[in-house]
Design a protein around this ligand. Structure first.
Ligand code: ADP
Ligand code: MG
Length: 271
């Protein structure tokens, strides 16, 4: 029996929307409603749903960068519900996130070396010499290498930037990486190379992924299990390989049927 590395119970997030007029009643957005799931060590857990369905909110709640309204989160058997990131740096070191947009996730004024060294400095890891070696090692792991140290983000392509973002998630040797629309802004052939890289890194470092996307095609290719989220609620959770053997909600069928007839097949792409 594989242990669950993350366990989410009855997760709920309600946003209060600012009133436009004094006479108006306060309104609320139920971004996440009573969501429960477990992520097992070594799996790629997919969360799929349309834009605005609550996917990023779930990611931010797990990461401790947003406070939940209700619910409980365990990480490796430990209750992290009320821990903020600053309160428990070491725990959150093991939990990293890759955001959608490689253009806005990298500080445009800093070199790649600076960007990758910063997390090591924040966590007080290693000497100056060790950090430099570690940064080069991680750059090599994401297919870039030492020649990128002095480059600035604007000198890189979208795919190269996303490789740097992945390197910055990897540098602290996390156990879990949440990938929130991590390939969505990239061309299909670049998406394929990034997904293949993520799969290689996962095998090499025994990582667990939570992979969030609005693109069912990609989720179906990449994930072991898929949770379908609709208006903040999980309406289904199934093993990808059993998709054809189980009954699905109408919404899930609609999402799957919206897949264009040219199937996404990353392994066929040249990169
Ligand atoms: P997704 O990632 O699936 O596109 P989000 O989690 O970003 O969805 O958003 C879910 C819902 O919560 C949306 O209706 C969004 O407008 C709302 N929302 C997200 N963040 C905030 C916020 N800080 N304040 C108010 N509403 C928010
Ligand atoms: Mg989102």
């Amino acid at each position: 029996m594989v242990d669950s590395i993350i366990e989410v119970k009855n997760l709920t997030k309600t946003y209060k929307v600012a009133k436009k007029k004094l006479s108006q009643k306060a309104t609320y957005i139920h971004a996440v409603k009573d969501v429960s799931f477990q992520v097992f060590s070594g799996e790629t857990f997919g969360i799929v749903g349309e834009s605005g369905s609550g996917k990023s909110t779930i990611a931010h709640l797990i990461m401790g960068i947003n406070k939940m309204t209700d619910g409980k989160i365990n990480f490796k058997g430990r209750n992290i519900t009320h821990l903020s990131r600053s309160e428990n740096k070491e725990l959150y070191r093991q939990l990293q996130i890759v955001f959608q947009d490689p253009y806005s996730s990298l500080n445009p004024k800093r070199s790649i070396e600076w960007i990758l060294t910063e997390p090591l400095i924040i966590h007080k890891i290693g000497t100056k010499e060790w950090r430099k070696k570690r940064v080069i090692e991680v750059l090599e792991e994401v297919g870039l290498g030492e020649s990128y140290l002095k480059k600035m983000p604007h000198e890189l392509s979208g795919g190269q930037r996303q490789r740097v973002v992945i390197a910055s998630a990897l540098i602290l040797q996390p156990e879990v990486i949440i990938i929130d629309e991590g390939v969505s802004s990239l061309d299909v052939s670049i998406q394929a190379s990034i997904l293949n890289l993520l799969n290689d890194l996962k095998a090499k470092h025994n990582l667990t992924y939570i992979f969030i996307s609005h693109d069912l095609n990609v989720v179906q290719y990449f994930c072991d299990r898929i949770a379908v989220v609709y208006l903040g609620e999980f309406i289904e959770l199934f093993h990808t390989e059993e998709y054809n053997q189980v009954e699905h909600a109408d919404y899930t069928e609609k999402l799957f049927n919206a897949i264009p007839s040219v199937a996404f097949s990353p392994l066929d792409c040249n990169y």
